[in-house]
Ligand binder design. Structure first.
Ligand code: SF4
Length: 483
């Protein structure tokens, strides 16, 4: 093991795809003008919401399960150093090799060198947010290695030269007519008579991928949970393509964010009930693959686990913000969020969109690099209610806004409050300020806002028109004395 755990918490040097090219408000404004996008999102999120509500409603102990999930994650984060070492020991004992990566650059370099050492120029991939986060496909391409996404939605995103816009359904912004066009344009082996019938599209993808599964010698995955006690890794997926990647190649490389570790095998039982219900609205998911190190004659004969920090220890150092590391990536918070439903995922500029992205991405990159995201919320609280591990996202948003203001130094708000404090601490100064406020009366009567730099505040709020007489003047007129 490297000195990784002994290092001070740090923001990473290479963060990968966590940072947007433009702030959320500008990107969101453009997305709001896309009627097709809003239609696709509205239909998809309302369908998943209804399915989730139905299966969650079946469990009388749902709240107890949520509390258990929260407690397990809190324990895992509190003792992360111990559990990661335990995981490393268990994986190594069973024939796996563990690598530690401080940031995206290190993780990409490790994976690229492992693929090259295996003599491969192609890899097949299981859907993985961690590898999206570090920009692994681009790094592999730079090393002369072609990476093939095998999850249907990720394949659509890859062939469309696009970016994922949802944690669970990365191509949620595409409808089936658009997917048909992408397949006809990008798949050399596709039937030119392909229709936009979902079954036909799935069949076209299946045929396209089958050859890749059979020829690839290296598979790359992420992981949903890693059990420290046994060294077992677990991937949940819906199509079975992930299982092909996990079992057919001779070498398997798994990239895992360090927060995915859970203490015991028994803990897995809690998350197996929470995750499928919260993500796809199913009682159990169709394919759950688990593996522990290497088994002679069965599955990949070389297994590498890359443990990724990339800003997670920096998030862990914040006693409030660390709660974002409890996330099990179910995407329930996206599906209930009124902001996400209207803007879609691309506006967040990060591989982690929606409410969880708004609290996780700024912590992974450092708040100044994703400063607009904690403000991308109405604080309605729907995300908190939906979260299967009870992450209090609204509180985290407020906390990160405060951190942003503090780390930005003197803000307009802070300067305004300091000025108000100075004025209000002297009756004479306060009286003069009230009289000076009358200048604003004609402007206020016309419905105008405050002048810059306070104009943004009144763009969406009413500024009351100052009265003709101040309270002191009214008192003096009524009672003949100054209060
Ligand atoms: S924050 Fe909660 S609801 Fe959102 S993706 Fe993570 S676990 Fe799911």
């Amino acid at each position: 093991m490297t000195a990784f755990l002994g290092m001070p918490a740090h923001a990473p040097r290479g963060v990968g795809h966590l940072r947007g090219e433009e702030p959320f408000p500008a990107a969101a404004r453009r997305a709001l003008n896309d009627a097709q996008l809003r239609r696709n999102l509205g239909k998809a999120t309302s369908t998943i919401r209804a399915k989730r509500a139905a299966v969650v409603g079946e469990l009388p102990d749902w709240e107890e399960l949520r509390a258990a999930g929260r407690a397990i994650k809190a324990d895992a984060m509190r003792n992360l150093d111990r559990y990661l070492l335990q995981l490393e020991a268990a994986v190594t004992e069973r024939g796996g090799i563990v690598h530690w990566a401080r940031d995206a650059n290190e993780a990409n370099a490790i994976v690229t060198s492992l693929v090259q050492a295996a003599g491969a120029t192609e890899v097949v991939k299981v859907k993985s947010l961690a590898t999206d986060e570090i920009g692994l496909n681009d790094a592999l391409a730079a090393g002369g290695i072609a990476a093939y996404e095998t999850d249907l939605a990720e394949l659509i995103v890859q062939l469309g030269h696009d970016r994922p816009s949802h944690i669970l359904v990365p191509a949620i912004h595409r409808n089936r007519a658009e997917i048909r066009e992408i397949f006809l344009r990008e798949m050399s082996d596709v039937d030119p008579g392909l229709t936009d019938d979902p079954a036909a599209l799935a069949e076209a993808a299946r045929r396209h991928l089958r050859r890749k599964f059979l020829s690839a010698t290296v598979g790359i995955s992420g992981v949903n949970f890693a059990v420290a006690e046994t060294g077992t890794l677990c991937v949940l997926e819906s199509e079975g393509n992930g299982r092909m990647c996990l079992t057919l190649p001779q070498t398997l490389i798994t990239v895992m964010g360090i927060e995915k570790v859970i203490p015991t095998w028994a803990d897995l039982g809690v998350f197996m009930q929470l995750l499928p219900r919260s993500s796809t609205g199913e009682r159990m998911n169709p394919y759950t693959s688990m593996w522990t190190g290497v088994t002679a004659g069965d599955g990949p004969q070389a297994f590498h686990l890359v443990l990724l920090d990339n800003g997670r220890t920096a998030a862990l150092a914040d006693p409030v913000g660390r709660e974002a590391l409890h996330c099990i990536r179910c995407s329930a918070c996206l599906n209930v969020c009124p902001v996400y439903e209207r803007t879609g995922g691309h506006a967040y500029g990060s591989v982690y969109p929606g409410p969880i992205g708004a609290v996780l991405s700024p912590q992974l990159t450092g708040i100044q690099d994703n400063a607009s995201l904690p403000y991308a919320s109405s604080l309605c609280g729907a995300c908190y209610d939906a979260c299967p591990v009870k992450i209090n996202i609204p509180s985290l948003l407020v906390h990160l806004r405060a951190r942003h203001v503090e780390e930005s130094g003197a803000s307009v708000e802070a300067l305004t409050m300091a000025a108000a404090s100075w004025v209000m601490s002297s009756p004479r100064r306060f009286g003069r300020a009230q009289r000076a406020g009358r200048i604003y009366r004609p402007l206020g009567r016309r419905g105008g806002g405050l002048p810059p730099p306070l104009a943004a505040w009144t763009r969406s709020r009413d500024a009351p028109v100052p009265p003709a007489r101040t309270f002191r003047e009214w008192w003096r007129d009524e009672h003949g004395e100054t209060p």
